[in-house]
Design a protein around this ligand. Structure first.
Ligand code: SF4
Length: 204
């Protein structure tokens, strides 16, 4: 008998943590607990939370002033925090600590004079949150074609970061295309901070 094992595709630790945070908030504070964006792309889990009093919204404008809102694991940009503050919302930030680390890296590298090339999908909430930390110094690279052709501001230091939810294999193809493109322009890839995730390039 031949047994085929499917590659597991369940939700990750960051999303699992965010779901538990919503459950705890419901227990501690009672319904309704507003949740910005679907906490997980799984209608059974979303339905289960909804039945217990979670209210999923796309934007903070849908949350009544002063209400309790949970930010999803995929994180938010500073403008979302500012809007929450303006509207006196009570915020529980369930951003995955690894996503927060990427946000901190965007700010640190921009401060150090890098332009960020962010590999990710346009419209994904994590990408919106990450780009929101430095929109003027970040260029989104969606795929291998983009990596080859997207105009990138003249800059002598580039940093490649990735959306955390991408498959390593797909991401590696995009990183390879960037490496080929910039090697031809005289850039030297100098370090990898996390395997295949963060690569910085400096012009020779
Ligand atoms: S970094 Fe992203 S993919 Fe990884 S655990 Fe956190 S939310 Fe999930």
């Amino acid at each position: 008998m031949k047994l085929l094992l499917a590659n597991p595709r369940c939700y990750c630790a960051g999303v699992d943590r965010a779901i538990q945070i919503v459950e705890l908030a419901l227990k501690q504070f009672g319904a309704p607990v507003y949740v910005r964006k679907e906490i997980v792309h799984n209608r059974h889990v979303v339905g289960w939370l909804r039945d217990r009093g979670a209210v999923f919204v796309d934007e903070l404008g849908e949350v009544p002033e002063g209400a309790l809102v949970v930010f999803s694991a995929h994180g938010v940009g500073p403008s979302v925090n500012q809007e929450a503050e303006r509207r006196a919302l009570r915020v529980i930030d369930a951003t995955c600590p690894l996503v927060s680390k990427v946000h901190a890296e965007v700010e640190r590298f921009v401060d150090e004079g890098y332009h960020i090339l962010l590999i990710g999908h346009a419209g994904h909430e994590e990408v919106e949150g990450t780009m929101g930390h430095s929109p003027d110094h970040t260029t989104l690279i969606e795929n291998v074609d983009h990596a080859r052709t997207t105009p990138i501001p003249e800059h002598h230091k580039l940093m490649v970061l990735t959306q955390t939810t991408l498959s390593m294999d797909d991401t590696q193809h995009v990183v390879d295309a960037l490496r080929d493109r910039f090697a031809a322009d005289g850039y030297l890839f100098v370090k990898t901070l996390m395997p295949k995730d963060v690569i910085s390039a400096l012009r020779r």
